[in-house]
Design a protein around this ligand. Structure first.
Ligand code: AMP
Length: 113
C-alpha cells in the first residue's frame, strides 16, 4: 500500500531502526517509546488491523508472536513483557498496518489503560 508508512519501512523507502527481519516480518524500534524496550513487529504483507485479517493470515500472526518472544529474549526483558495489539481508533490504533507492540524493561500494571 503506497501511502502506508509501515509499508514504506518494509520497502526500505523510509528509515527505521530495524532489529530483525525475515521473509514474513520486520521488527523495528518504536519512534516514540513507551518503555525502555519498545519494538514494533509487523508483517511484510499489508493488512490494516486485526479486523481485516483472514484465516489465511493466521500463520503470519502466529509468526509475529514468535518473533516478539525471541526478541524479548534477545533484549533481555523476559522478567515480564507485554505484547499489545491496538485495534481501531478507540483502542489507540494510529497506524493502520497490523503491528504488535513488544514492551519491556519496566513494571506494567493491569488492567492496561
Ligand atoms: P498504534 O498507536 O498502536 O497504531 O501504534 C503505532 C506506533 O507506531 C506508535 O507507537 C508510534 O510511535 C509508532 N510509529 C509511528 N511512526 C513510526 C515510525 N516512522 N517509526 C517507528 N515507529 C513509528
Amino acid at each position: 500500500m503506497t501511502s502506508c508508512i509501515f509499508c514504506k519501512i518494509v520497502a526500505k523507502e523510509m528509515p527505521a531502526k530495524i532489529v530483525y527481519e525475515d521473509d514474513t516480518s520486520v521488527a523495528f524500534l518504536d519512534i516514540n517509546p513507551q518503555a525502555p524496550v519498545h519494538i514494533l513487529v509487523i508483517p511484510r504483507k499489508h493488512f490494516a488491523s486485526a479486523e481485516e485479517t483472514e484465516e489465511a493470515d493466521a500463520p503470519v500472526i502466529g509468526h509475529l508472536h514468535r518473533v516478539a518472544a525471541k526478541l524479548a529474549q534477545e533484549f533481555k526483558i523476559t522478567d515480564g513483557y507485554r505484547i499489545v495489539l491496538n485495534t481501531g481508533r478507540g483502542a489507540g490504533q494510529s497506524v493502520f498496518h497490523f503491528h504488535l507492540h513488544l514492551l519491556g524493561g519496566r513494571i506494567f500494571h493491569w488492567p492496561a489503560g
